[in-house]
Design a binder for this molecule. Structure first.
Ligand SMILES: NC(=O)C1=CN([C@@H]2O[C@H](COP(=O)(O)OP(=O)(O)OC[C@H]3O[C@@H](n4cnc5c(N)ncnc54)[C@H](O)[C@@H]3O)[C@@H](O)[C@H]2O)[C@@H](O)CC1
Ligand SMILES: [K+]
Length: 494
């Protein structure tokens, strides 16, 4: 799915109005109906809705939603926030239409005019959407604060009020509604994808409001969000008369004394990827551990008992993944450097291998189209980008992927997969339950296995991240989000 900036969304709205054709007021009505249908499905009549509306089109959505909810028999109160002297025509027309359901509108000019809140009240935040053009001040800031203080449950329409929609916004986040649910129109907004901003949305629900498909197709954007639909067909169905040799042979180089578990996790995930054969190169002390825990894999033992010191590449290997639990010894760095010179097949580099390459500044040796899978800390070591700044981190990952002709998979919520053309594919699956040690080892084994089957690096990274996230979502449901460990993810790979 493509993701667009606020100005591109306006262009698509406008094209819909002209080409369908549909009037702007009817488009607001359509948007509001999709939201009120969702709300009616999700809430019974024991709740009462306090609908807070700005004076632009986001507010017009709110007024129309209030009308629909009143028609459906809910208790509804409507509040218009007087942040400017007059409303848009869609706002004004929807104020008039409240008379159809005998709803009054209360204008809020000061915080003291905010309603009393009881435990049944749910706030609907339709104050500002993609039109936010400066930080909230005055009455808007006061109202957002009052919503934060007063309501446990908030449904934001399109965008939580105060949250910039774009990644390059110059608006500094100050006050912002922290939503329980965000019902967003047609596309998640770019800011929802990054840490520090995405936290404000709560659960995101994308409302299809029938915007112009042709325009959506025609407008270029570097940003994409992977959905289940996007990964269909990346991995081919198994052929009736095929054998293991048809599905590639992966080599995993992983493990170090005290970190052999990482090699086991990567190996088992690689086996579950569909790869025909998996060989794991480990320090010799790991032989029994690996053979017992992953009997389907072949083991290639290093001369060293405790660390990896040289990595012969067996014949007919079709992809190599190196890094999980590798350790940071000089001898392992030498093995890595030699591997970089020898390797003729797709390569994935993770964890300690990223660290070793960073501290020795060996990036010029990186084969083109390699897949790198850093978490924020590893990416910091690679580039010096500060931990806290997720937008700069994303930009740096885009630049890095371009400069080094590789794929950078920046791990986190909505992992960002950056390619050498400047595109970003945010991963749309996943669960906070996955934020635990070993989860990354599973991902690197899985992607190595996909590469081994001949899937192109970008697609292997996109599919691997998607499958990994889906496993996390499913295991979190079955086990409970606190009890998930990385081995569980392997069991849930499909
Ligand atoms: N254009 C369309 O046809 C559609 C628009 N829709 C809704 O319209 C929204 C966009 O509407 P608008 O462009 O009217 O923008 P908003 O309703 O988000 O904002 C209204 C206006 O508030 C003012 N404003 C912004 N930030 C402010 C601040 N910090 N302090 C004071 N005033 C501020 C600006 O003048 C802005 O245009 C979308 O988010 C969506 O909810 C939907 O109904 C779908 C169709
Ligand atoms: K809003």
């Amino acid at each position: 799915m493509k993701l667009f900036s606020a100005s591109q969304i306006r262009e698509i709205d406008q094209a819909t109005i002209e080409n369908e054709p549909i009037s702007s007021i009817d488009l607001v009505e359509r948007a509001a109906s999709t939201c009120s249908d969702w709300i009616i499905e999700a809430y019974d009549h024991s709740v009462s809705f306090h609908v807070f509306c700005g004076m632009g089109n986001n507010g017009a959505d709110g007024l129309a939603i209030a009308r629909h909810l009143a028609l459906a028999g809910y208790s509804v109160q409507v509040f218009a926030i007087a942040h400017r002297s007059s409303g848009t025509s869609n706002f004004t027309r929807n104020i008039e239409r409240l008379a159809e359901v005998k709803l009054d509108v209360h204008y809020v000019n000061a915080k003291k005019e905010m309603p009393e809140v009881d435990e049944t009240a749910v706030a609907i935040d339709a104050i500002l959407g993609i039109g936010l053009d400066k930080p909230l001040r005055g009455i808007l800031k006061d109202v957002v604060q009052a919503i934060q203080e007063g309501y446990d449950h908030v449904i934001s329409i399109d965008v939580p009020t105060g949250l910039p929609s774009d990644l390059d916004s110059t608006i500094k986040l100050s006050e912002c509604v922290e939503a329980t649910h965000t019902l967003t129109f047609q596309f998640p907004k770019l800011s929802f994808m990054v840490a520090g901003l995405g936290e404000y949305t709560g659960d995101v629900h994308v409302m299809d409001i029938g915007l112009d498909e042709e325009k959506i197709h025609d407008i270029d954007t570097p940003y994409h969000l992977t959905t289940g639909y996007d990964v269909v067909g990346i991995r081919q169905d198994r052929k009736a008369f095929s054998h293991k040799g048809d599905y590639g042979h992966a080599l995993i180089a992983a493990g170090h004394k005290g970190m052999l578990g990482a090699a086991v996790l990567a190996t088992k995930a690689c086996l579950r990827s569909g790869a025909g054969l998996v060989t794991t190169h480990i320090p010799s002390m790991g032989c029994d551990v690996l053979q017992i825990s992953a009997p389907e894999a072949m083991v290639q033992l290093d001369h060293s008992e405790t660390s990896i010191t040289s990595i012969p590449i067996p014949k007919r290997i079709t992809a190599v993944g190196i890094g999980p639990g590798l350790g940071r010894e000089k001898s392992s760095f030498n093995a890595l450097t030699a591997l970089l010179e020898d390797v003729q097949v797709p390569l994935l580099i993770d964890a300690d291998a990223l660290h070793l390459m960073s501290i020795t500044d060996s990036w010029s040796k990186l084969p083109a189209n390699s897949v790198l899978t850093p978490h924020a800390g590893e990416f910091h070591t690679m580039t010096g980008v500060e931990f806290g700044d997720s937008i700069s981190r994303l930009e740096a990952a885009r630049r890095w992927a371009k400069d080094h002709h590789c794929i950078v998979l920046l791990k986190g919520a909505y992992s960002a997969i950056c390619d050498s053309s400047g595109n970003v594919y945010f991963n749309g699956s996943g669960h906070p339950a996955m934020a635990a040690g070993g989860s990354g080892d599973v991902l690197s084994g899985l992607i190595t296995g996909l590469l081994a089957q001949g899937i192109a690096p970008l697609k292997a990274a996109i599919l691997g991240a998607w499958l990994h996230g889906r496993a996390g979502e499913e295991v979190a449901i079955d086990r409970g989000e606190h009890a998930v460990v990385a081995s569980d993810l392997i069991d849930y790979l499909s």
